[in-house]
Design a protein around this ligand. Structure first.
Ligand SMILES: NC(=O)c1ccc[n+]([C@@H]2O[C@H](COP(=O)([O-])OP(=O)(O)OC[C@H]3O[C@@H](n4cnc5c(N)ncnc54)[C@H](OP(=O)(O)O)[C@@H]3O)[C@@H](O)[C@H]2O)c1
Length: 230
C-alpha cells in the first residue's frame, strides 16, 4: 500500500447530528471559539481538503487568517499556510472561486476526465490540476500523490459530509474532530456527518473518544478511528 498522510477531519455538528444549516452555510452555527479551533487544527496540518460543494457553499480562501498561527508555522520551518486541496468528480468548479483568486500559493485540484475543457483550461493556469482518467477520483491515489509529491504528512478534511463518507468508505480516515453545538435543526434533508442520509457505509466505523473539552455551551471532541488488527 502506498504511503499516505495521517487523515483527520473537522466538523461542527448540532446535537441532532446535523452539519449544515437550512441555508447550507458550513460554519455559521458554531461559536468564535470553534472557528478559532478550526484554524488551529488547520495550522497543525500540511494540507486542508474540501469537497466541491463545501467550496461552493463557502467563500473562504482556505488560507490561515490568523497572524499568530502563520508566524508559528514559520518558526517551525513550514510554509505560511497548509496546502489547499479541492476534490470534484464532475470538475464543475468555478475558476472565480476565492480559493483560486486570493493570491495565495496555488491550490491543488483533483478531478476526472469529466471536467469540462473550458474549466480545465481556466484552472490549469491558477492551480495544480490532477485529472484521474476515470468517472470518479481515486481517493487513495490522491492521498498517495499528496504524500509523495507534496510531502503532506498530515491532512485535515473540512467537509463536507459526502466527501467524509467517501473517505470513511475507503478506510482513509484516522481521526475525527467534532464540535458538538447546542442546537437542534431537524430536517429530513439536513446533511449529517456522512451527508444527506442514504446508504449505510460498507462497514460501521468504530471510534475511540480521545479528547472531550467543554467550552461554553459547546463541546470539542476528538475521536480516533479504530481498525481491526491485520
Ligand atoms: N458543519 C461543518 O463543519 C461543515 C463542514 C463542511 C461543510 N459543511 C456543509 O456541508 C454541505 C456540503 O457538503 P456536501 O456533503 O453537500 O458536499 P461536499 O462533501 O462538500 O462536496 C461533495 C462534492 O465533492 C466531490 N466529491 C465527493 N466525494 C468525492 C470523491 N470520492 N471523489 C471526488 N469528488 C468527490 C463531488 O463533487 P462534484 O459534484 O463536483 O463531482 C461531490 O459532489 C454544505 O451545506 C456545508 O455547509 C458543514
Amino acid at each position: 500500500m502506498s504511503p499516505r498522510p495521517f487523515i483527520t477531519a473537522n466538523f461542527a455538528m448540532t446535537a441532532d447530528g446535523r452539519i449544515s444549516t437550512k441555508a447550507r452555510t458550513p460554519s455559521d452555527f458554531s461559536s468564535a471559539a470553534d472557528k478559532r479551533r478550526l484554524l488551529e487544527i488547520r495550522a497543525a496540518c500540511d494540507a486542508v481538503l474540501v469537497g466541491a460543494r463545501t467550496l461552493a457553499a463557502d467563500t473562504m480562501t482556505l488560507g490561515l487568517p490568523a497572524d499568530d498561527l502563520r508566524a508559528a508555522r514559520k518558526v517551525r520551518g513550514l510554509p505560511d499556510i497548509p496546502l489547499r486541496v479541492v476534490v470534484s468528480n464532475t470538475g464543475r468548479l468555478s475558476p472565480e472561486s476565492r480559493v483560486f483568486t486570493s493570491g495565495l500559493p496555488p491550490a491543488v485540484v483533483f478531478s476526472t476526465r469529466r471536467m469540462p475543457t473550458r474549466t480545465c483550461t481556466a484552472l490549469a493556469g491558477v492551480c495544480d490540476l490532477f485529472l484521474h482518467l476515470a468517472e470518479s477520483v481515486n481517493l487513495g491515489a490522491m492521498m498517495a500523490t499528496l504524500r509523495e509529491e507534496y510531502r503532506v504528512k498530515r491532512l485535515v478534511c473540512e467537509g463536507g459530509g459526502t466527501l467524509l463518507k467517501a473517505l470513511l468508505a475507503a478506510d482513509l480516515v484516522d481521526e475525527l474532530h467534532i464540535t458538538l453545538c447546542p442546537l437542534i435543526f431537524g430536517g429530513a434533508k439536513a446533511a449529517t456527518l456522512t451527508g444527506i442520509a442514504g446508504d449505510y457505509l460498507p462497514a460501521s466505523v468504530r471510534l475511540k473518544l480521545v479528547e472531550m473539552l467543554p467550552v461554553g455551551s459547546e463541546c470539542f471532541t476528538r475521536w480516533r478511528v479504530l481498525r481491526a488488527p491485520v
